[in-house]
Design a protein around this ligand. Structure first.
Ligand SMILES: *[C@@H]1O[C@H](CO)[C@@H](O)[C@H](O)[C@H]1NC(C)=O
Ligand SMILES: *[C@@H]1O[C@H](CO)[C@@H](O)[C@H](O)[C@H]1NC(C)=O
Ligand SMILES: *[C@@H]1O[C@H](CO)[C@@H](O)[C@H](O)[C@H]1NC(C)=O
Ligand SMILES: *[C@@H]1O[C@H](CO)[C@@H](O)[C@H](O)[C@H]1NC(C)=O
Ligand SMILES: *[C@@H]1O[C@H](CO)[C@@H](O)[C@H](O)[C@H]1NC(C)=O
Ligand SMILES: *[C@@H]1O[C@H](CO)[C@@H](O)[C@H](O)[C@H]1NC(C)=O
Length: 366
């Protein structure tokens, strides 16, 4: 069994947002905690503000809603959280894995279990954001195992990164009526294994993490039909001299955040499969109008392997900041892009916080 949980916990910290102190949350792969973490951008320090202990047997990937009122948690098992509502799937699907909130009313939530054949689900929410029920299945092929989801900025198309079936699926979705229709199945390059993906807010490009190749694949997008075309272009998440991509597995991609919906950067990371060998983080410069990649700014060793996840949550306060989680050595870091005169940009960790269990990802509150 699997479930997706809404942890209504954010009012507890909302009043604490002061000046240069920012807040984020992370779940854990193993354990019941949701960590509330503070980042001070003047002192570049990370602090564990509190740990919201749930009654769940695990908290995993988390998402925050547009209104910053709710955190949605994908639980690996049939459980419930304190301060929560839970929607449990009446099926044999395991490994509730990825959860994503739509960005406009009625604020439905999408969840996927990383389990072959299991559909992704559209879930309705109450006016306060708590989960109500599964209102639609988003179905994929018989060999599909969907690891990541992405929504367009208009909430009209849902993209599924099918890791097991090596493909991308496109569905049109109506978040008001709950209607879902398959638009496209697109096989990925041989041996790519799409894991997570993003669609640029302007809609002309989608970027896909090729987990097994440790690359970012570039897809052009038809803004009317939602269909994707692979451009045959990809960017490496490993140094070009490396021939051991099978010793790594690429994890995550995210755009930076700005209020215009025209991100300047895109962040991505790959994990090393050996805990004592670091993974890599990368940033790309993004064309504000088209969403095309202008250039790859840096490809830098992370301070840990990443473990099962080195996700790259973009900061909402300054576009040059992002966080990195590491479940191999159990920490959260804040990184930033730095430049030095005319030297090219690089990325570096500016703050580090050890935590007691491995975080799959983090979401920024402010
Ligand atoms: C999960 O945490 C428990 C308690 O700390 C520990 O005994 C167990 O080995 C951990 N499991 C994994 C998979 O890390
Ligand atoms: C989703 O699929 C499951 C399994 O096939 C089915 O039991 C359930 O009724 C479906 N839910 C909706 C809302 O269509
Ligand atoms: C979505 O559903 C609503 C309610 O049924 C309907 O009014 C609207 O036209 C639909 N949107 C699209 C794009 O079909
Ligand atoms: C990508 O390469 C394939 C095989 O050579 C070719 O058929 C296809 O047209 C190319 N796609 C683009 C967008 O150039
Ligand atoms: C991959 O190969 C490079 C270059 O030989 C080496 O430095 C690195 O440690 C290897 N990575 C892993 C995870 O084995
Ligand atoms: C900037 O670059 C110069 C010249 O390479 C170097 O001497 C200096 O230490 C660098 N400063 C920082 C803050 O990295």
């Amino acid at each position: 069994m699997r479930s997706f949980t809404c942890a209504v916990a954010l009012s507890a910290v909302a009043g604490q947002a002061l000046g240069s102190v920012h807040h984020m949350f992370s779940g854990v792969f193993n354990g019941t905690d949701i960590y509330a973490i503070e980042f001070d951008d003047e002192t570049n320090s990370l602090t564990l503000a509190s740990s919201i202990v749930s009654t769940a047997t695990s908290s995993k990937w988390i998402a925050i809603d547009e209104r910053k009122q709710n955190i949605y948690v994908s639980n690996g098992a049939y459980t419930s959280l304190e301060y929560s509502s839970t929607v449990t799937m009446d099926s044999t699907c395991n490994n509730a894995n990825y959860v994503l909130a739509s960005t406009e009313s009625p604020y439905v939530v999408f969840g996927a279990s990383y389990s072959t054949v299991c559909p992704a689900q559209m879930m309705s929410v109450e006016s306060d954001g708590s989960l109500t029920a599964v209102i639609a299945n988003v179905t994929h092929g018989s060999s599909a195992g969907v690891h990541g989801l992405a929504l367009t900025s208009d909430n009209e198309f849902l993209y599924s990164a099918d890791d097991t079936g090596n493909a991308i699926w496109v569905h049109s979705v109506n978040i008001t009526s709950g209607e879902v229709a398959e638009v496209q199945y697109l096989a990925a390059p041989t041996g790519a294994d799409p894991r997570h993906m993003v669609v640029h807010p302007k809609g002309q490009y989608a970027y896909v993490v090729f987990e097994a190749l440790s690359e970012i694949g570039v897809y052009s997008r038809d803004t009317a039909t939602g269909e994707l075309t692979y451009t045959n272009t990809s960017y490496p998440l490993l140094p070009s001299t490396y021939t051991n991509a099978s010793s790594y597995w690429a994890d995550e991609v995210q755009f930076s955040v700005n209020t215009n919906g025209t991100p300047s950067y895109m962040y991505a990371a790959t994990r090393s499969q050996t805990t004592t060998i670091p993974g890599y983080a990368s940033a790309f410069s993004i064309d504000a109008e088209t969403g095309a990649i202008v250039n790859q700014l840096f490809l830098t060793e992370t301070t840990g392997s990443g473990g099962s996840a080195n996700s790259v949550p973009s900061a909402p306060f300054v576009e040059e900041y992002f966080a990195i989680t590491d479940s191999g050595s159990n920490f959260v870091e804040v990184w930033m892009i730095t430049t030095n005169g005319t030297e090219s940009a690089t990325g570096k960790a500016v703050a580090h916080l050890d935590v007691s269990a491995g975080p799959p990802n983090a979401v920024w509150f402010d």
